[in-house]
Write a protein that binds this ligand. Structure first.
Ligand code: CUV
Ligand code: SF4
Length: 632
């Protein structure tokens, strides 16, 4: 049963048998072909930042220094800072796309609209814009202007951070000298700082890493979420289904994959508009499904079913039922074109910075988004016509899920229990111990971990112990496929205290049953929603975020983005579990700082544990300690 060693997802297991029988390589095969992976790289003690290298440090003896004299601590810290800058750049560039769209909406140059005026006004006020007597386009213009300062301001404290971060945190960060200026300046500085012959001080490099975490949190995640909510609307609870069984052989199947909803929302619109053309081509209609975080975006706001998470992207194509996969940026395996060629379906890239050999490229622009989305959807119908006798294997696996839990939606549900004071029922139940604490599970799949296993086993253990779980990213996908985004999981798997609370809230909110034990809060950039929730909870309880009985976990982290998000969480004061170590173990100093000493400075730290039961125990121990310190 080799396929059960690779993934716990039953649909993925079926598809792996098919790709193996057909001799089509997947991410798991390529991982095997990479064994053994380089020990120096794994430990982070390889440097190729200048042409005198590459230099490698021998962890067991000589040489202890690179050609220039850099030692293991310097090299590890420098490599980590570069990774953090890489992850941060990805989120900030994503946020920039949304800001640019808002700016062009304000000037009337594009066919997007403002869907959530309330969020626009609330955002404007929070960042210090006077809104009285201004129309929404005028306000949008000023919000976009402020956002651009956060992205590219060269001096002063980052506006989006000042507007949203709790005062206690700002003081801590100011003391450490890590409050960022504009995002672009900080990312540029990190690249400079890590270039040959600049910074050799591991502590200074790690503090610069904290700064990147703050850039990621405020100029990446928070800014992207805020602007996307303004343009596409605030998520509200939706019902959907997850896993490859959401593909339908009788329909034209379009898969949206990547991260930025500017394109996927338009594609969805055009799939609805061109339904009749699909029918004329012999299909029953057009079926849209999502992969990775753009899948989460259109799930949260439109109920589009997620087909699979990161490790399943090739397997979706191997069903033979995907007529077209349209991608934007991030987490796209270059191998998708090869798999599509072996089975069926067109791969369409859309962004100037993300092309894949063998794919069709239809450049996306805000000005011509409609024409391009129309073209893409038409191409999917043409591709459907060519499906012909391609064998189609769609695993009969799909789980019912609930998603769309923005902070506003959660408060909305709680206000059905207490309209005047919606956070009171939640906090009362935390204080009474019915809810032990809360954990956010976030982030990716990683081929080094059996797909979804860490996410699912960890969360089952947490909810059985009355820990409320909120989830985003590929973690939410994993939990959805495993049935944990559904009220039945509350009834069957949650501890009695948690079950009682979720049932009371669910019934008051008119769901006719409990809320799911895991609340799906969105994509990776929507981790900002988790930050907002923690800020609100701490404010309500009159304590600091670092004192709350909460934790974060990236059980199967893969992308540099997961590291920058995790660093932001630690900077907020959150105990942050990683199911795999980053490439830092070659420096005892760096590892010791991040998993221990940093707690004295920031209140949060990293905790690495790859066994789900042990990780759950470690997280629960932390939550109990925090409860104890609060006198609970
Ligand atoms: Ni942004 S970053 S594998 S899609 S969560 Fe999924 Fe989420 Fe990690 Fe990529
Ligand atoms: Fe080697 Fe120093 Fe150059 Fe890195 S920067 S490759 S350690 S000489």
């Amino acid at each position: 049963m080799w396929e059960t060693d690779k993934t716990i997802d039953k649909a993925a297991q079926q598809m792996l048998k098919i790709t193996a029988a057909d001799g089509v390589a997947t991410v798991w095969d390529r991982y095997e072909a990479q064994q053994p992976q380089c020990g120096f790289g794994s430990l982070g003690i390889c440097c190729r930042n200048c042409l005198q290298g590459p230099c490698r440090i021998n962890p067991f003896g000589e040489p202890k220094r690179g050609v220039c004299g850099a030692d293991a601590d310097t090299i590890v810290a420098r490599n980590l800072l570069r990774s953090l800058a890489g992850g941060t750049a990805a989120h900030v560039d994503h946020a920039y796309e949304a800001v640019e769209a808002l700016e062009k909406i304000a000037t009337g140059d594009i066919d997007y609209v403002i869907k959530d005026e309330n969020k626009l006004i609330a955002t404007a006020r929070q960042v210090g814009i006077e809104t009285d007597g201004k129309d929404s386009k005028g306000v949008a213009k000023e919000v976009a202007q402020k956002a651009l300062e956060t992205l590219s301001g060269h001096e002063g404290e980052m506006g989006w951070l000042s507007a949203w971060a709790p005062k206690e945190r700002v003081d801590v960060w100011r003391q450490l000298g890590v409050i960022p200026r504009g995002a672009d300046r900080e990312i540029r500085e990190a690249m400079h700082q890590t270039s040959m012959g600049v910074d050799a001080d591991p502590t200074n490099l790690l503090l610069a890493g904290v700064k990147q975490g703050l850039v990621d949190g405020y100029a990446g995640l928070k800014l992207a979420t805020d602007i996307q909510d303004i343009i596409f609307g605030m998520p509200q609870p939706v019902k959907s289904e997850a896993n490859l069984g959401v593909l339908n052989a009788e329909y034209v199947n379009v898969v949206v994959h990547g991260h930025v909803p500017l394109l996927s929302e338009k594609v969805l619109e055009w799939c609805r508009k061109l339904e009749d053309e699909a029918k004329a081509a012999g299909a029953r209609g057009i079926n849209v499904a999502g992969i990775c975080c753009t899948g989460n975006e259109v799930l949260m706001r439109q109920g589009v079913p997620p087909a699979t998470n990161f490790l399943g992207q090739e397997l979706a194509l191997a069903t033979g039922a995907v007529d077209l996969m349209v991608v934007d940026v991030q987490c796209i395996l270059p191998s998708v074109t090869n798999v599509a060629q072996c089975y069926h379906g067109d791969i369409v890239t859309t962004m100037p910075i993300a092309k894949v050999p063998g794919a069709d490229h239809i450049p996306f622009s805000l000005e011509e988004a409609d024409q391009q989305a129309e073209k893409i959807v038409r191409q999917s119908i043409e591709s459907y016509k060519k499906r012909g006798s391609t064998p189609v294997h769609i695993p009969d696996e799909r789980a019912l899920i609930f998603a769309g839990f923005s902070v506003e939606a959660i408060i909305g549900a709680l206000s059905k229990v207490n309209a005047e004071d919606p956070l009171k029922p939640l906090v009362d139940n935390i204080k009474a111990g019915n809810i032990l604490g809360a954990v956010a599970t976030v982030g990716c799949n990683n081929v080094k971990v059996k797909q979804d296993m860490m996410h699912v086993e960890l969360v089952k253990e947490l909810i059985a112990n009355n820990v409320l779980v909120i989830a985003t990213g590929c973690s939410a996908h994993a939990l959805g496929k495993a049935g944990l985004l559904h009220p039945d999981a509350t009834n069957n798997l949650a501890g009695n205290g948690l079950k009682a609370v979720l049932t009371a809230v669910g019934e008051a909110a008119g769901l006719g049953g409990p809320l799911p034990p895991v609340l799906h809060m969105g994509s990776c950039v929507d981790n900002s929603r988790i930050g907002d929730l923690l800020t609100a909870l701490a404010g309500y309880m009159g304590v600091n975020i670092k004192d709350l009985p909460v934790a974060a976990s990236a059980p199967e982290p893969q992308h540099e983005k997961a590291l920058s998000i995790g660093t932001w969480a630690v900077a907020l004061g959150v105990f942050t579990h990683l199911g795999l170590p980053p490439h830092i173990l070659g420096s005892k100093a760096v590892t010791g700082t991040l998993t221990d000493k940093v707690e004295d400075l920031l209140g949060g730290k990293f905790y690495v544990e790859s066994d789900p039961a042990k990780a759950a125990a470690g997280i629960i121990r932390h939550i109990k300690d925090k409860r104890h310190a609060l006198g609970l």
